[in-house]
Design a binder for this molecule. Structure first.
Ligand code: ZN
Length: 145
């Protein structure tokens, strides 16, 4: 029992470590190599296909609020926007809520897309005034409750 749960944890750490290593490499080279693409697909399968779609359609947005310089990452979805807490590796989507918290998958495709976007600069920068921070955050969080 114990050894099995340890094994699951090892696999999860492997997934995120490999992703971070690929991101670092991609950042240094300024692109995802063919090898990176294969590795990511092997690791994440459909989640990576969906993340690539997000990246191709430029649906990752980095909001910077002025003058506080608070940063909020958003992935624009088909029906709603998803709020990404990059540092906490948290996303407001159902996939994250039901599966990541249940330890069935480590990260959702929004987080996957955001990580790649941040490392390669494949996002749309948006600047907003601090006055709008609260109302926008309410809007983004609303969908989850
Ligand atoms: Zn998500």
């Amino acid at each position: 029992m114990t050894s099995q749960s340890e094994k699951v944890n090892e696999n999860e750490i492997g997934e995120i470590d490999t992703l971070n290593a690929i991101c670092r490499q991609a950042k240094a080279e300024g692109k995802l190599s063919g090898k990176n693409l294969t590795e990511l697909y092997d690791l994440f399968g459909q989640r990576f296909t969906k993340a690539l779609e997000v990246l191709k359609e430029n649906r990752v947005k980095k909001y910077t609020f002025r003058p506080s310089n608070r940063v909020v990452w958003i992935v624009v979805g088909r029906e709603r926007d998803y709020l990404i807490m990059a540092e906490a590796e948290f996303c407001t989507c159902d996939d994250f809520y039901f599966r990541v918290l249940d330890k069935k998958i480590h990260i959702c495709y929004h987080l996957l897309a955001q990580k790649i976007a941040r490392n390669l600069g494949w996002y749309a920068p948006v600047e907003e005034n601090d006055e709008l921070h609260e109302s926008l955050m309410d809007e983004w969080k609303k969908a989850t409750t």
